[in-house]
Design a protein around this ligand. Structure first.
Ligand SMILES: Nc1ncnc2c1ncn2[C@@H]1O[C@H](COP(=O)(O)OP(=O)(O)O)[C@@H](O)[C@H]1O
Ligand SMILES: Cc1ncc(C[n+]2csc(CCOP(=O)(O)OP(=O)(O)O)c2C)c(N)n1
Ligand SMILES: [Mg+2]
Ligand SMILES: [Mg+2]
Ligand SMILES: [Mg+2]
Length: 324
């Protein structure tokens, strides 16, 4: 089974509520309200899938589960406001550890001025935390995956591969005190969702956005598929942090393209708007890079091409897939 085909198989083919603007199929769902649209999404962290007791302290688990949800709202151009938490707790977890999980959530919630408005508590064999997030976006300003057009510039925020490298450092028990390993571990444990940058693009007429949870190869494919276009990426333009240079080149490449969990944004804008994107990035202290372009070619609709060392190859939708 494949996660993405499973999801397609259970999606409703039509919706009954007239206020619904976007159902399943993007980073979040949207429904219309006067003046502002409501944006909502849910993402879950599961012990031994998204974290282990060795890779994360309770504080990080809490911080991260809210961060990954905020990232989906950032990818819609939305400002987060509320969250609900469903937590399934194994009997051996102690109360102070659960309090720590909530300290992690509260820490990032206060950063984004969000309120916890409810949830659910159950017990089970492994820790599972599911967060439902709710935010706002001005009417008609939500950013989808299906709006890329020919000649668009493709950009990405931050650096890629850091979170996967951080996980490697943790799993291999490497030196946790070196400056560069500390940086990578922090990127794995405490992602920084790009809300300010994404909402800073509000003046632009057309922006396509997707957040990078499963790796750029997978997220780029989602944009290409949803928009019915071909995306071209230049490997040498994909930003890399100097801490990654300590590892073998084959590892660097694997983590940058397929590692995932960097929670950076990949997007497209009409070429003429690229300078405005750079300005919005500067204003919000967001590193940004131009990494490719969109081609409107029916023969290659839905495909991603990677240009590397002067050669062009198909970049397949490899990356994290829960049901594979
Ligand atoms: N089990 C499910 N039932 C209904 N919709 C789902 C399910 N799993 C995922 N979806 C929807 O499919 C889309 C893609 O999900 P996912 O790949 O998890 O998005 P993201 O990577 O942005 O978190 C989203 O719109 C999500 O709401
Ligand atoms: C212990 C451990 N092993 C492996 C991973 C790597 N990993 C787990 S899930 C995942 C993909 C992202 O999670 P997902 O639930 O698919 O997020 P979504 O796309 O729904 O936002 C990755 C790269 C990890 N974070 N921790
Ligand atoms: Mg997403
Ligand atoms: Mg998800
Ligand atoms: Mg997500």
């Amino acid at each position: 089974m494949d996660e993405f085909s499973f999801i397609r198989s259970i999606e409703q083919s039509n919706y009954r509520q007239s206020s619904l603007i976007k159902g399943a199929g993007d980073d979040a769902a949207i429904f219309r309200q006067p003046y502002q649209d409501i944006v909502t999404s849910v993402d879950t962290l599961v012990e031994n899938v998204h974290f282990t007791r060795e890779t994360m302290d309770p504080f990080h688990i809490g911080f991260r589960v809210l961060a990954v949800n905020i990232s989906d709202l950032a990818a819609m151009g939305s400002t987060p406001a509320f969250y609900l938490v469903s937590i399934c707790v194994p009997k051996h977890w102690k109360e102070n550890e659960l309090q720590e999980i909530y300290s992690g959530m509260k820490s990032i919630a206060s950063q984004f001025e969000m309120d916890l408005i409810g949830g659910d508590t159950t017990s089970g064999s492994e820790l599972v935390i599911s967060v439902t997030i709710i935010g706002y976006v001005a009417n008609n300003k939500a950013r989808y995956r299906n709006t890329a057009k020919g000649e668009d510039a493709v950009f990405v925020t931050g650096t890629l591969g850091d979170a996967a490298a951080g996980l490697y450092v943790l799993k291999e028990n490497m030196d946790m005190n070196s400056r560069s390993n500390k940086y990578l571990i922090n990127r794995h444990r405490m992602p920084s969702p790009r809300v300010k940058f994404a909402t800073g693009l509000a003046e632009l007429a057309r922006v396509t956005l997707n957040d990078i949870s499963d790796g750029i190869a997978s997220e780029a494919s989602e944009i290409a598929e949803a928009s019915g276009v071909a995306m071209h990426l230049y490997y040498e333009s994909i930003p890399i942090h100097k801490s990654l240079l300590n590892f073998r080149q084959s590892e660097q490449r694997k983590w940058m393209l397929f590692g995932g969990e960097d929670f950076e944004l990949i997007g497209t804008v009409p070429k003429k708007d690229w300078p405005d994107v750079q300005k919005a990035a500067d204003k919000t202290n967001t590193p940004i890079a131009l990494i490719g372009y969109i081609e409107e070619n029916p023969m290659y609709a839905g495909s991603v091409f990677l240009h590397e060392k002067g050669k062009k190859r198909r970049l397949h939708k490899l990356g994290y897939n829960h049901l594979k």
